[in-house]
Design a protein around this ligand. Structure first.
Ligand SMILES: Cc1cc2nc3c(=O)[nH]c(=O)nc-3n(C[C@H](O)[C@H](O)[C@H](O)COP(=O)(O)OP(=O)(O)OC[C@H]3O[C@@H](n4cnc5c(N)ncnc54)[C@H](O)[C@@H]3O)c2cc1C
Length: 342
């Protein structure tokens, strides 16, 4: 049986099923020493203990059956092979800053990407491990006088997550600066894909629909020199500080901006009077209406209900159907196509 991967297109956020099967793991807040002292030269899985709420900026999510951190591509490929041999579904994550995990957790293996190298190939050209912090890359490049990734400052994800999502802000996006992407497929083969062969869109990348993809391993960025890069980076950071609920538990923008009208999702939600609107521990931020925050003990169900209610109210008021940017990770992902078709 081949491994089932979950690469769901943004905008297909699923609503939690009403009836849910039991997971094979028990809830626990404790973390064993094995996890803290993980030996990097061999694979050590944490079984049934790791809570996904500790792997997500939303702070929501139950336990996963298997958890492992990978620090290089050899460990990553060994993990993928292990999952394949044992018919364990898996998902690779960076900082979990665009994911809504379920309170039931994940009935498979969560691979935390810690492939964090950075190599300077030539001035303005960087090859970066997919687990490298995107924010840190943005700071580094712009402070070295190269433009293209200034917007990354303040985005709490990894290079792999940003490439998969084609993260962007302030008119810039990840894809604009990509030169090539190194991936590994489910059969363990490595491939280098050139930017010219990759079709990116607004918060979308070809990786979201690549059935054979196991993971993005590294990304090479090629940036242009610019004297204003550092200043621009600071400006964008300041803009974030002024307009976003910095320090709150969120996943950034919940909805994509509609592309057919020139009104941002945040403006629609705000005009609908929904700032501060709350379901349980989930609330529409009073600072930025497209940021939904976990203001204390939000369950995945709270967040899903809040998302559904906001969509409904915006649709009723403006006849606009908002589409999710955040991804809901279903606890049982046994049939990728079924999920995609729903
Ligand atoms: C405060 C805040 C501000 C934000 N601001 C912005 C913003 O300005 N612009 C923006 O676009 N987003 C923003 N985000 C959302 C989020 O940070 C980005 O989408 C980010 O790129 C996600 O990276 P991640 O590593 O956390 O991905 P995760 O959330 O861990 O994963 C997201 C998806 O990518 C996949 N993935 C991750 N790594 C890999 C890999 N190596 N190989 C294959 N697939 C992979 C996962 O399987 C998952 O499907 C913000 C979030 C927060 C909390």
């Amino acid at each position: 049986m081949s491994i089932l991967l979950y690469y769901k297109s943004p905008g297909l956020l699923l609503h939690s099923p009403r009836t849910r099967g039991p997971l094979l793991c028990s809830h626990s807040n404790s973390f064993n020493k094995q996890e803290q002292t993980q030996n990097r030269n061999e694979l050590k899985f944490v079984r049934g203990r790791k809570l996904l709420k500790h792997l997500s900026t939303w702070g929501i999510g139950g336990p996963c059956n298997y958890f492992i951190q990978v620090f290089d591509q050899t460990q990553l490929v060994s993990t993928i092979r292990y999952c394949d041999e044992h018919s364990i579904q898996f998902i690779i994550i960076g900082k979990g800053s665009n994911c809504l995990f379920d309170d039931l957790g994940f009935d498979g293996c969560v691979i935390l990407n810690r492939i964090e190298f950075l190599e300077k190939k030539e001035p303005g050209m960087y090859t970066v491990g997919s687990g490298f912090r995107f924010n840190k890359l943005g700071v580094k490049c712009s402070h070295e006088g190269f433009t293209g990734l200034e917007f990354a400052g303040g985005i709490p994800g990894t290079v792999g997550g940003a490439t998969y999502m084609n993260a962007g802000a302030n008119g810039q996006e990840t894809a604009h600066s990509i030169h090539s992407v190194d991936i590994v497929t489910k059969d363990g083969q490595f491939h280098r894909l050139n930017r010219t062969d990759l079709n990116f869109g607004y918060r979308s990348s070809p990786f979201q629909d690549m059935q054979e993809l196991a993971a993005i391993i590294a990304v090479t960025f090629k940036l242009e020199q610019s004297e204003s890069a550092k200043r621009l980076h600071y400006e964008y950071m300041e803009r974030r500080r002024m307009s976003q609920p910095v320090g709150e538990q969120s996943a950034g923008s919940v909805f994509r901006n509609p592309t057919d009208i020139r009104v941002a999702a945040a403006e629609l939600i705000d005009t609908a009077g929904l700032k501060g609107f709350r379901v349980g521990g989930a609330m529409v931020s009073k600072i930025h209406a497209n940021f939904f925050i976990n203001c204390g003990g939000s369950t995945s169900q709270d967040m899903l209900e809040l998302i559904a209610l906001v969509k409904e109210k915006v649709d009723q008021k403006f006849a606009v159907q908002l589409k999710e940017e955040v991804l809901y990770i279903h606890p049982h992902l046994f049939d990728v196509n079924r999920i995609k078709d729903r």
